[in-house]
Write a protein that binds this ligand. Sequence first.
Ligand SMILES: C[S@@+](CC[C@H](N)C(=O)[O-])C[C@H]1O[C@@H](n2cnc3c(N)ncnc32)[C@H](O)[C@@H]1O
Length: 286
Amino acid sequence: MSDREGPGESAEAAHQIEDIEIRLLLEAIYQRYHYDFRNYAKASLRRRLRQARDRLGARSFSALQEVVLHDQVAAAKLMRFLTVQVSDLFRDPSYFKSLREQVLPRLHTYPSLKVWVAGCSTGEELYSLAILFREEGLEERTIFYATDINLQALDAASQGIYAVDRMAAFSENYRLSGGKGSLSDYYTAGYGGAVFDNSLRDRVVFSDHSLVTDAVFSETQLVSCRNVMIYFDQTLQDRAVGLFRQSLTRGGFLGLGAKESLRFSCHVDAFVAFDQTEKIYQRRST
Ligand SMILES: C[S@@+](CC[C@H](N)C(=O)[O-])C[C@H]1O[C@@H](n2cnc3c(N)ncnc32)[C@H](O)[C@@H]1O
C-alpha cells in the first residue's frame, strides 16, 4: 500500500481487481465453452462465483480461470454454481390459477398449440403446465418445448423423478392452483422418488437452448419463462424478451416470475399487461 492509500482505497482496489478477474473468467468460459454469462446481473453472479471459487479450492478468480480452462469436469461443476436450479411444482399457485382460469380458455380457439417453457430447470414448471393443459382439455393439441442451458437439469426434467418428501408441498400448491384431482394421480413411487407419468412427457421436446446466445424458438402461443431473467442484466433481459416477442403469435401470452416484469423492457409496448399481479402479458395484435 502506498503512503497515500487509506484502507478504504485498498479495499476499492481489491474490488476493482476482482472485477477484472471476473470479466476475464467469464470471457474465458465463453471462448472455451460458449456459455455466455457476461451480461448476468453482477451482484448475484459475484456471490455465486465466490462460492464456486472457494468450493473448487481456487485461491483467486484468475486461479479458477486456469482450472476451468483446462479441466472440463471443473467447468461442469462451475456451471452448477452459475445456474440456480431452485424450482417447485405449481410454484406460486396463483400464477397457474390465472393461467387456468384466464389464459387457457382463450387458447381453446387454436386448433394446435405450442408452449415454450424457457429455463425449465429440472422440469417442475413443465409438469405443472402439462398437468394444467391435460385437465383443461388442451394437452392433445399441444407441443411443449422445454429448454435450458443446464444439461444435467434438462436430463432430470426428462426423467421427472422428484424426492417423495417434496410431494406434500407440491400437492398443496396444486390444490391452491385450482387442481381438479389429486396430484398423486400423476405419479407413482419408484427409483427412490415420485416418478411422474410418462404420458406427461409424450408431447414434450427437451432442448439445450440459451436465451443469451441462441435464436428464436418456434412459433408459440404461450411462453412461460419464470425466475430466469432475474439473473440477467437489462441488456440480456431485453434480448430474452425480444426472443419471446418474435416467438409469440399475435395475441399469444408471456408469463414471467413473481419478481419479474416488462416495466423497464424496451419491448414493453409490444405487450399488454393481461394479469399484472401474476405477471402475465399478452402480445399485442397490432
Ligand atoms: C431458478 S431456475 C427457474 C426454474 C423454473 N423456471 C421455475 O421458475 O421454477 C433458473 C433456470 O434458468 C436457467 N438459465 C440460466 N441462464 C439461462 C439461459 N441463458 N438460457 C436458458 N436458461 C437459462 C438455469 O439453468 C435454471 O435452470
